[in-house]
Design a protein around this ligand. Structure first.
Ligand SMILES: Nc1nc2c(c(=O)[nH]1)N[C@H]1C(S)=C(S)[C@@H](COP(=O)(O)O)O[C@H]1N2
Ligand SMILES: [Mo]
Length: 425
């Protein structure tokens, strides 16, 4: 669309206006394409794929993305961690649309590598302050009533590198410790009811069967509220990377608590003070004290396109800006967009289903005049929380934080359409 003229761009605007109002799209649609008179060999000449039949049905028993989409992959930052056994890969947010993360692209965070467990050998135990200790097979779990829920999972360390200033040049790396899938499983409450919770039971400990034996304490109110013991994601069995055959889903709360390869739930009367809730995932405050148990992930958003890995390549004119917003407290009610570094704001268009504690997709269509831009997004949730600037965050939390950074991200767009990670405080 580089050769699009101004008049075409303005008829494109008209088209958008009428289609937004529910008008007829066909007439306007041509205006956003190239002029047919110029000739288009990819239309006028017969192509290879037009002449010969392709692979037959059944040659791909488990479908894979097109060979032309091979660049759409999880990525790692090699210098970030010492060993791949305890490391992280990042979701390519700039390559995705809608709100569901494809299973094979969900970021991974493992502390002891991927446990490979045959579902027939997997067991879940409930012990501690219960009337009867229980051990479930996977088949046992599938005899309880199931639920399907779409939730985001965000690692508390997401955007952690960005606390002191712009650091990583790509939304995949600044915000890619994030995924959102439909989980299927059994309410944790049903299993605790089956075991018979003692009144002294105030906390549960969730333990993983992997080599790191990940363990986290969760307050009983949350366990009885919306936690799910999940065996499926996006309609099929969990992927090994996501905890096959069983993981805990802790909606809206930091990813670390979503214990994968879930093998044991112990009921106790106080938190266990495990490594991951004392030495890690705490927030060092300006007074030198560390805040424990910042469970809920605060309201946050980011523009996924344009972004450093997704520059503007079509020149000035009609431009689609899009991104994601989410909140551990509920659903997203509004997202505002600024193209001038926070001076002026416009309300973005939310599109797609709106689920509580799930990703929300927003769009903002505008005519780029070819000048420099400073793009920002600011999310608000239905509980009244508003995403803060990085400076607002630092004024409360100090400069020593790593975790729980939900500050507003800025992307600089140059006149050449190249996008870079910058900070405007
Ligand atoms: N058993 C186990 N569970 C685990 C982990 C782990 O290393 N072992 N990592 C945790 C962390 S820190 C995060 S952010 C999420 C990551 O989930 P994902 O790999 O599905 O993205 O899983 C959590 N659950
Ligand atoms: Mo994490």
């Amino acid at each position: 669309m580089t050769d699009r003229t101004e008049s075409q761009a303005s008829s494109r605007r008209q088209f958008l206006k009428s289609s937004l109002l529910g008008g007829v799209a066909i007439a306007g649609a041509a205006a956003s394409g190239r002029a047919a008179a110029a000739g288009e060999p990819l239309i006028t000449e017969v192509q290879e794929w037009n002449q010969y039949p392709g692979e037959g049905v059944g040659t791909r028993p488990y479908g894979q993305p097109s060979q032309f989409e091979q660049h759409v992959v999880r990525k790692t930052v090699p210098w970030l961690t010492a060993d791949a056994i305890s490391s992280v890969s990042f979701t390519p947010l700039h390559e995705l649309d809608g709100i569901i993360t494809p299973s094979g692209l969900c970021f991974e965070r493992h502390h002891g590598g991927i446990a490979e467990i045959n579902s027939t050998d997997h067991r879940l135990m409930i012990n501690g302050l219960v009337e009867k200790q229980l051990v479930f097979t996977m088949a046992d779990l599938k005899r309880f009533p199931r639920e399907n829920r779409v939730y985001f999972l965000e690692c508390a360390a997401n955007s952690g590198m960005e606390w002191r200033g712009a650091q990583l040049n790509g939304v995949q790396f600044t915000h890619g410790m994030l995924h959102c899938v439909m989980h299927t499983g059994v309410r944790l409450k049903h299993l605790l009811d089956e075991a018979g919770l003692r009144t002294s039971g105030k906390w549960i400990l969730a333990e993983g069967a992997d080599a790191s034996a990940m363990t986290r304490s969760i307050p009983i109110e949350k366990a009885l509220d919306d936690c799910i013991v999940a065996f499926a994601m996006n309609g099929e069995a969990l992927r090994p990377e996501q905890g096959y055959p069983l993981r805990l889903v802790v909606p809206g709360w930091e990813g670390n608590m979503w214990v994968k390869w879930l093998r044991r739930l112990e009921v106790g009367d106080q938190p266990w003070q495990q490594r991951e809730e004392t030495s890690k995932y705490t927030d060092l405050l300006p007074n030198g004290k560390a805040r424990r148990f910042t469970f809920s992930m605060d309201v946050k958003s980011v523009i996924t396109n344009p972004s450093p890995q997704s520059p503007i390549t079509h020149g000035k004119g009609h431009t689609v800006l899009t991104g994601l917003a989410w909140s551990g407290a509920g659903a997203i009610s509004r997202v505002d967009i600024s193209i001038d570094g926070g001076r002026n704001w416009k309300t973005a268009r939310l599109d797609g289903p709106s689920f509580s504690k799930a990703l929300h997709r927003f769009y903002h269509e505008f005519d780029w005049d070819g000048s420099e831009l400073f793009l920002q997004s600011r999310a608000m949730d239905d509980q009244g929380f508003i995403q803060p600037t990085k400076d607002e965050l630092r004024s409360v939390r100090g400069a020593n934080s790593i975790y729980h950074n939900n500050g507003i991200q800025t992307w600089h767009v140059g006149k050449d359409g190249v996008v870079e990670n910058v900070e405007i405080s």
